[in-house]
Design a binder for this molecule. Structure first.
Ligand code: DMJ
Length: 353
């Protein structure tokens, strides 16, 4: 990284993906090592990403060119708008350049301001007009980490307004998305405006929520939801990407080595010390060894029902899936949860650097 990494390249990147993976990784590395070169790289990357925020609403475009600053992708989603402040706020802390913090925070607040009268956001919004282009609300892909960052920004920066936004959102989620069924508690899909239930789908990405609920002190619901996630995993021995929890039928059968269910087990174990979460972790780990190993490494599954393998290992498998498994079984002193907040890509950031 120190010898060869340069962001001076004429390539168009997704602001969200590069922020959570590269900017977060560089900042966490800087905090752990104190190596100023890592901070310099993070500062350089941050400067190149900033044009993404230059929209009429302050909510970022989806794509930005690292060399020219050209942006595109006005239609984007809550996760890509609202999952930037931990990283940009930390960059501001270390560089003293407050604009990093302010732009990412404005994006988050502008998104929150556009929630419906019943408190929900949806899958797609136009950052130029500020208008929603979808009515579908849930806590899965494209929305998930927006909620995660409302809580985590209150923890990392002591930002009371973010804490309030999290509590308001949590209430709306509980009222309109939470679904009590015979198979337990789930969080499904509803219309953003009316709150009417539109689907009973839940999947691997939704499984971040038990961990975030536990971090936010909502332990009972966190435990009940994690029990449902575990049921989803055990149905075929590895969780599917999407399940219909009313019929218990698999809707999307792939398993792209996702970490969320393991991350929730780790956070719940740290909070409760209940050995059932270690047992869950053991089941997850054994399943990965049994079904996802190849001669050359570890791969995604195309189908959890048939066990058909793909040929890909996303970077979050190392950054998150294995890291959370390791931390679940490591002594608490390995990483003190009172002193760090994990970004959505599992990079720990110090609460008081
Ligand atoms: C990760 O890149 C991040 O956790 C992101 O927030 C969404 N999910 C993937 C892993 O599943």
């Amino acid at each position: 990284i120190l010898e060869r990494l340069s962001f001076d390249r004429d390539i168009t990147v997704k602001n969200f993906e590069i922020t959570i993976r590269l900017l977060g990784g560089l900042l966490s590395g800087y905090e752990m090592t104190g190596d100023e070169e890592l901070l310099r790289l993070a500062d350089d990357l941050g400067t190149r990403l900033l044009p993404a925020f230059d929209s009429p609403t302050g909510m970022p475009y989806m794509f930005v060119n690292l060399k020219t600053g050209t942006v595109r992708g006005a239609k984007t989603n809550p996760a890509e708008i609202g999952t930037l402040l931990l990283e940009f706020g930390t960059l501001a802390r270390h560089t003293g350049k407050q604009a990093y913090h302010d732009k990412a925070r404005r994006a988050l607040v502008e998104l929150y301001r556009r929630r419906s009268s019943i408190g929900l956001v949806a899958e797609e919004i136009d950052v130029e007009t500020g208008q929603w282009t979808s009515r579908t609300s849930h806590v899965g892909g494209g929305i998930d980490s927006y909620y995660e960052y409302l809580l985590k920004c209150s923890l990392l920066f002591g930002d009371g307004e973010c804490g309030k936004m999290w509590k308001d959102s949590r209430r709306a989620l509980r009222r309109y998305l939470a679904d009590e069924t015979r198979s337990g508690l789930w969080y499904g899909e509803a219309d953003r405006v009316t709150g009417k239930r539109t689907a009973s789908q839940f999947g691997a990405l939704h499984a971040f929520l038990p961990g975030v609920l536990a971090l936010g002190g909502d332990l009972r619901r966190a435990e009940r939801l994690q029990a449902s996630c575990y049921r989803m995993w055990m149905l075929h021995g590895v969780e599917p990407e999407i399940l219909d929890y009313r019929t218990m039928q698999v809707v999307h059968a792939g398993y792209p080595l996702r970490p969320e269910i393991i991350e929730s087990a780790f956070l719940l174990y740290r909070v409760t010390k209940d050995p059932q979460y270690l047992e869950m972790g053991r089941k997850f780990f054994e399943a990965l060894l049994r079904t996802c190993r190849t001669d050359a490494g570890t791969t995604v599954l195309e189908n959890v029902v048939t066990g058909e393998k793909g040929d890909l290992m996303p970077s979050y498998y190392l950054a998150e899936t294995l890291k959370y498994l390791y931390l679940l079984f490591a002594p608490d002193e390995t990483l003190d949860l009172d002193r760090v907040v994990f970004t959505t890509e599992a990079h720990p950031l110090r609460r008081s650097p």
